[in-house]
Design a protein around this ligand. Structure first.
Ligand code: SAH
Length: 341
């Protein structure tokens, strides 16, 4: 934005002014940017445009989780989910329309890949959530954490995702602490290394299996970047980040990856990694072919990890009544198109 203002022979501090209006006040109408002269406001109105994804619908779960369906273009929709908790509010943001990785238990993967989201479409999700949750109006931070855990593989849309995350952290943007912005990856190893060199955010890795035979099936990108390489990249990442723990996500699939042998193997491979484990009860969707592990199996699995010194949390399922839970985000494009016909 500074470059833009210098191109039109204006002082760079104009960028600061506009940023504050947009990201701190939630104002995108140039006419309301009162510390900018009228002629310049007019020029801005003619030369630039604020483009936000359009909200097609929104749903609220009985547990307070909110989900927005956003129109990206004529054919494509994405979903963004807000998860309120006692001490924080987490926004789960999409990075792609669909996903090319095709993990066998993920509904997003089943719809295939359409396209990468632009920086505006990524940061726009956070801006819209802030507006819809009344943050700008009340000057109150409702979204305290952002997780790139919606639709898509963020490391396959690297530049746009990093630029958007930098805006989330920038004090002229949403001013979020770096630890409160988390990128989650299915294990794109070169992307993990590049991320460590490029910006500072928390990392989550969708591990889901402790051996290659099982992971090859659940997370097919494992065939390209097997567990050993992935764990080595995680260690490098943690080393660059003062050994801040990496979150390992592990979806609990009945009879597939939930035995006590699996738990012991997982403990072994994470032995030397600064790690937290997040066990995710599998959220079913039609035709998935998997079942969620019973609660007692998840508890027994957790107990083995804890006994082996791993900080382990079982993720609460939130928003499943509105299909907003992990792995259930599909943008509902097909169903919606059918209804419109
Ligand atoms: N592509 C990135 C970002 C998506 S994050 C990644 O894989 O990390 C979404 C998280 O939800 C991932 O950990 C994913 O494995 C998990 N997930 C996908 N489908 C799920 C399902 N049906 N039930 C529970 N978790 C699921």
């Amino acid at each position: 934005m500074r470059e833009y203002f210098s191109r039109i022979s204006e002082k760079p501090f104009r960028a600061t002014q506009v940023m504050k209006w947009v990201y701190h006040q939630g104002i995108t109408d140039f006419e309301k940017m009162t510390d900018i002269s009228k002629p310049l406001r007019e020029q801005l109105g003619q030369q630039t445009v604020f483009q936000l994804p359009e909200i097609v619908s929104q749903q609220t779960s009985v547990d307070g989780t909110r989900k927005w369906l956003l129109q990206i273009d004529e054919k494509n929709c994405i979903e963004t989910v807000f998860i309120p908790e006692k001490d924080r509010g987490t926004l789960c943001i999409s990075s792609q329309v669909g996903c090319p990785l095709d993990c066998s238990f993920c509904s997003t993967g089943k719809q295939g890949f359409s396209k990468n989201l632009s920086v505006a479409e990524i940061i726009g999700q956070l801006w819209l959530a802030n507006r819809e949750l009344g943050s700008f109006q009340d000057n109150r931070r409702v979204v305290t954490n952002v997780v790139m855990m919606g639709m898509g593989e963020p490391l396959l849309n690297f530049n746009n995702v990093v630029t958007a995350m930098n805006l989330m952290k920038d004090d002229l943007g949403f001013n979020l602490a770096q630890k409160r912005v988390t990128l989650s990856t299915a294990g794109v190893v070169p992307g993990i290394d590049k991320l460590a060199e490029t910006t500072k955010v928390s990392l989550a890795v969708s591990l889901h299996a402790a051996n290659n035979d099982t992971r090859d099936i659940l997370v097919p990108i494992n065939r390209k970047y097997p567990i050993k390489e992935l764990i080595a990249a995680c260690k490098r990442y943690a080393a660059q980040r003062d050994n801040d723990p990496i979150t390992f996500e592990y979806v609990m699939l009945d009879g597939i990856n939930d035995s006590s042998a699996d738990a012991r193997e997982l403990s072994r491979i994470l032995k030397d990694v600064p790690a937290k484990v997040n066990l995710i009860p599998f959220n079913p969707f039609p035709g998935s072919g998997y079942l969620c592990s019973p609660k007692r199996t998840i508890d027994a699995f957790r107990d083995i990890l804890v006994k082996n010194g791993l900080i382990t949390i079982t993720r609460k399922t939130r928003g499943d009544d509105i299909d907003a839970a992990c792995g259930q985000l599909v943008g509902k494009v097909a169903a919606k198109a059918k209804r419109l016909q």
